[in-house]
Design a binder for this molecule. Structure first.
Ligand code: NAD
Length: 260
């Protein structure tokens, strides 16, 4: 359903972003990858996606904490593919500490990467989408865009902010073919979460499996992780015609986390 469309997924060299990029490529979309990682690994990811789904891919190494690098990435996407039809603001980082111990540079980095970058990609993607009167902007927020957890002040603030940006973007474009929605996952077992599993195992003297179960038991009633493939399927739905009147929602996929 997405053949001929171009997708930019920020932070698509790993985890959820990679899962979403693959799901959209499986629908025929060309993919602009972004994110950090080993050059050979990124080349292998591109090769697999191109071969498996018969689409074109490109890669830009922008550090999205910097507006100038985001601008370079958007210009690159325009040169390679003409422009971006589907923008997935996915890259994000986490840091866990009480507010009085929270390093100020970590606060600044989380706000820059998890929130401000999405303003820049959105403002730069909209003119092309408007010229086509079609577009999809999907913001990877989190259950932490809807509820809080202790020790995640910067992340919770950024994700609540991203849900707000999502609603404003949706409203400003409400009478166009451009929709903007947020996806709010609970725990997904990616490198971002594995770090928190490792910290928990160390703190409480648990095995890797015990630490995973402990994290899930606290917050996620299903007791299972959400998967990048499931999030990819939701992103595909948001891109479909059936979802054209879904605008400005923050849709949780969280094993029941925020139902409590
Ligand atoms: P991940 O660590 O597996 O991947 C993060 C990606 O972002 C990587 O590709 C990384 O290279 C990229 N990235 C980080 N900093 C960057 C920068 N400055 N410039 C460009 N790219 C950068 O993380 P993930 O778990 O897949 O998280 C993806 C998104 O989903 C994040 O926004 C995260 O907050 C959100 N999320 C994750 C979970 C979870 O449980 N894993 C839950 C809710 C929301």
């Amino acid at each position: 359903i997405l053949s001929g469309k171009t997708v930019l997924v920020t932070g698509s060299t790993s985890g959820i972003g990679l899962g979403i990029a693959k799901a959209l490529a499986a629908q025929g979309a060309n993919i602009v990858f972004n994110g950090f990682g080993d050059a050979a690994d990124i080349a292998a990811i591109r090769q697999t996606v191109e071969t498996e789904y018969a689409v074109k891919t490109a890669y830009h190494n922008a550090d999205i904490s910097k507006a100038s690098e985001i601008e370079a990435m958007m210009n690159f996407a325009a040169t390679e593919f003409g422009g971006i039809d589907i923008l997935v603001n996915n890259a994000g980082i986490q840091y866990v500490a009480n507010i009085e111990d929270f390093p100020t540079e970590k606060w600044d980095a989380i706000i820059a990467i998890n929130l401000t970058s999405c303003f820049h990609t959105t403002r730069l993607a909209l003119p092309y989408m408007k010229s086509k009167n079609w577009g999809r902007i999907i913001n990877l927020a989190s259950v932490h865009g809807l509820v809080a957890s202790a020790q995640k002040s910067a992340y919770v603030a950024a994700k609540h902010g991203l849900v707000g940006l999502t609603k404003t973007t949706a409203l400003e474009n409400a009478q166009t073919g451009i929709t903007c929605n947020a996806i709010c996952p609970g725990w997904v077992l990616t490198p971002l979460v594995q770090k928190q599993v490792d910290a928990r195992a160390l703190k409480d003297g648990l095995t890797n499996d015990e630490a995973k179960k402990a994290l899930l038991a606290e917050k996620q009633p299903s007791g299972d992780f959400v998967t990048p493939e499931q999030l990819g399927a939701l992103a595909v739905f948001f891109c479909s015609d059936a979802a054209s009147q879904i605008r400005g929602v923050a849709w949780n996929m969280d094993g029941g986390w925020v139902a409590q």
